[in-house]
Ligand binder design. Structure first.
Ligand code: 3H9
Length: 704
């Protein structure tokens, strides 16, 4: 049972104990009702306190149970709450740390609530694409007022217990404890007090009996509806939250509760909710490496050195400065060092201008940064990150030097985005200390960090890098060594398809528009113009030597031969007005593509949006499946996290692998086979990956 039962004097204390956050799974729910029965059946007990062990009162419904039959096993959360309401002895919720979702709903079913200061209170279901499904939308407005409740339910953000306790007229908390440490003793004392008060048999207070009204309901909800429609695209839950709270003001408690239940069940089935729940679990799962458990002690990282003060080096440094970790940044020339520092300053100053950073904090951060031209200055660093030019010869020079200078046990990381980390490690006599830390540009903004595990990378090096990633607020995903790792290896197939689409008849703007409508922030051509077309050109040149049999469209090379590198040269796939970033369709590029089609003997055809989207997304899926099968990624959800946090994949679709699961792998494979029959495409690539074929045969999914 995951609820403990203890007695203090004449008060029964029921303590939820379902680590990590006392999720209200079936055994916890059953534990509560059993304990409640026990307390009510014991004549010596006068009152009951309900609280949580460890780091939460309760984080809500057990998310791990959501997709299983256990979620609906009796007692459901609704039944537990009814049992609390019907308890003849007063029940006091003693809330500390976290009371979220079903956890808060549980507390709202108690007769009284006492909170510790600093507790985070929320109904965050909307962030999972659902709404509170155990009375939250009908009870919270009754204790906090309609507007405050709607803002909490529709936004999902946590509010501090003190802030809520200070709201005039609030009925959420009957008392605020002096401190978290005193919560339990104050709750027990309070329970005794209310037991004495109700000893005469007077009715116990129930939230359901409070009124729920808004003086200008119709106008207010119309205004709120317009606001939500204007700000939230693609997600059905926010409007349903609003509907549920409005129902609470228009219908009886029971009717509004029934309507809430039906809205909740409807949202649970939406692909958007499935995607958001998947992301929640996937991000947490990414932090876990199958063979690197908690028994591995991370190394200590007190100081960091960054080699290279270019855009990447500067951005990488900022992450550590923001976390209060001193950084030594090394360059070979004074001008380069000055330029790098100036960029770091400019980035911080922009944050100050926007009011996001205080001047004194900026100064504290800059004081942690030591610029130097002398490589010897990094000898005491615990972690060294190389961010120099992406060329093996340059990496060789740097890593040989690092091997000679860095202290024993220092972690030597490379920010390479495509090169072989094992080769880089072999330039040193300590390959166990070498790891890839692939930051994404702009490195101070993008959440993704690909951690590249070399064949010899030590487990404690991995544990350290994962821990430091958390400290600098990055979402780290482990990748094995291969060309491009997880993200860039997949994006290469996506870009190749974009090129083939042009040859077959699409324009850059048609391709961009279709995939942007699907939800990517930027299509492949606008993105290439932003990143610089010369980068892909250099990679293709290298690959044409290493892998000459790979078929790809030559249009991007022709574009580069015209010097159209993108926004930085004022022209790329699109034209750009001086100083502007708006992509203007280019007649010159269209003529160039047309001419290229003629050379290839291709008669252009009209390509529909669906085909564009499927070719781009399924290219990611098929390569993703190969990556998974080859052990480069350890789970499909890691690939989704990479694409959601590093490549702008629409979050409400949950990443390419979940997207494929939702379409159905049988259908995805059938479409791939159809693409394989297109004479202008790459038939070999479109052979569904063996993993996909296996999953289809077994009736399984990537994330199943
Ligand atoms: C709901 O309640 C529906 C009801 O209205 C209706 C029902 C009928 N269940 O985030 P962290 C795990 S919907 C199970 O890294 P933090 C999490 O997976 C629910 N497990 O820590 C992780 O596991 P692991 C509404 C949960 O300190 C560990 O806890 N509630 C749950 O930064 C630590 O998580 C929410 O949406 C859960 N509910 O933050 C709350 N929650 O160690 C969502 C967390 O194995 N949760 N875990 O990787 C949160 O916002 C944060 O996790 C919390 C802790 C603030 C609680």
């Amino acid at each position: 049972m995951t609820a403990e039962y203890k007695v203090q004097d004449d008060v029964a204390v029921i303590t939820l104990n379902n680590p990590p956050v006392n999720g209200l799974g079936h055994s916890t729910r059953l534990g509560i009702t059993n304990a409640l029965e026990k307390a009510n059946g014991d004549a010596a007990i006068k009152a009951i306190v309900l609280t949580g062990a460890g780091k939460a009162f309760s984080g809500g419904a057990d998310i791990r149970e959501f997709n299983s039959a256990r979620a609906t096993l009796e007692p459901t959360l609704g039944s537990v709450i009814l049992a609390l309401e019907h308890s003849p002895k007063p029940v006091v919720a003693a809330i500390h740390s976290v009371a979220m979702g079903g956890g808060l709903e549980l507390a709202l079913g108690c007769h009284y609530r006492i909170a510790a200061p600093g507790a985070k209170i929320a109904l965050p279901e909307v962030k999972l694409g659902i709404l509170p499904g155990a009375g939250g939308t009908v009870r919270l407005p009754r204790v906090l007022g309609v507007e405050t409740a709607l803002s909490m339910i529709g936004g999902g953000e946590a509010v501090n217990s003190e802030a809520l306790a200070a709201l005039p007229g609030q009925k959420l908390f009957d008392k605020l404890a002096a401190s978290p440490e005193q919560l339990l003793s104050e709750a027990v004392a309070f329970a005794k007090e209310v037991a004495a008060k109700h000893a005469d048999g007077s009715a116990l207070p129930l939230v359901r009996n409070l009124p729920c009204t808004h003086p200008n309901g119709e106008a207010y909800f119309q205004f709120a509806r317009n606001m939500v429609k204007g700000t939230v695209k693609h997600l059905p839950a926010p409007l349903k939250c609003l509907e549920a709270v409005e129902n609470a003001t228009r219908f009886s408690f029971e009717d509004a509760l029934a309507k809430e239940r039906s809205l909740f069940l409807g949202l649970m089935l939406t692909p958007e909710s499935r995607a958001l729940r998947h992301i929640f679990m996937a991000e947490r799962a990414a932090a876990k490496i199958p063979d690197v458990g908690p028994e591995i002690t991370p190394r200590e990282v007190k100081t960091v050195a960054v080699i290279g003060a270019g855009t990447m080096g500067g951005g990488i440094s900022m992450n550590f400065l923001n976390a209060g970790i001193p950084v030594t940044i090394v360059e070979t020339k004074q001008e380069a060092l000055d330029r790098g520092l100036a960029t770091v300053r400019k980035n911080y100053e922009a944050q100050i201008k926007k009011g996001k950073l205080k001047q004194e904090v900026y100064e504290q951060r800059m004081a942690l940064l030591t610029p130097t031209l002398n490589m010897d200055d990094i000898k005491d660093a615990d972690l060294v990150i190389e961010a120099v030019f992406e060329e093996m010869g340059v990496k060789e020079t740097v890593f040989k030097k690092l091997d000679a200078i860095a202290k024993p046990g220092a972690i030597l990381a490379s920010n390479t985005s495509t090169l072989d980390v094992d080769k880089i490690a072999a330039f040193t006599h300590r390959p166990q200390d070498v790891v890839g830390m692939h930051f994404f540009s702009p490195a101070n903004v993008m959440r993704l960090l690909e951690v590249v595990r070399g064949a010899k990378t030590a487990k404690d090096v991995l544990a350290t890098v994962m821990a430091i990633a958390k400290k600098i607020k990055k979402t780290a995903v482990v990748s094995g060594v291969c060309d491009g790792f997880i993200g860039n290896r997949m994006i290469e197939q996506y870009s190749r398809q974009a090129g083939f689409l042009l040859e077959e008849g699409a324009t850059p703007q048609q391709v961009d528009k279709a995939i942007e409508k699907f939800g990517f922030a930027m299509g492949p051509f606008r993105m290439a113009d932003l990143a610089g077309n010369d980068i892909g050109w250099a990679i293709r040149k290298r690959r044409s030597v290493e892998k000459p049999d790979i078929k790809y469209s030559k249009t991007a090379d022709l574009l580069c031969e015209l010097g159209r590198f993108g926004q930085k040269t004022g022209a790329g796939w699109y034209d750009y007005a001086p100083g502007k970033r708006d992509a203007i369709p280019s007649k010159l590029v269209e003529d160039m593509i047309e001419q290229h089609r003629k050379t290839l003997g291709i008669t252009p055809r009209k390509i529909g949006e669906q085909e564009i989207v499927e070719r781009l997304v399924y290219a990611l899926v098929n390569e993703g499946a190969r990556i998974l099968q080859g052990g480069i990624a350890s789970k499909a959800s890691d690939i989704d996290v990479v694409y959601l946090t590093g490549y702008g994949f629409p979050f409400w679709r949950g990443g390419p692998m979940l997207c494929a699961d939702q379409v159905g792998l049988f259908n995805v494979a059938a479409t791939m086979k159809r693409f394989a029959r297109n004479p202008h495409d790459d038939a070999r690539f479109w052979e569904p990956a063996p993993l996909i074929q296996k999953l289809v045969a077994e009736g399984r999914t990537f994330n199943g």
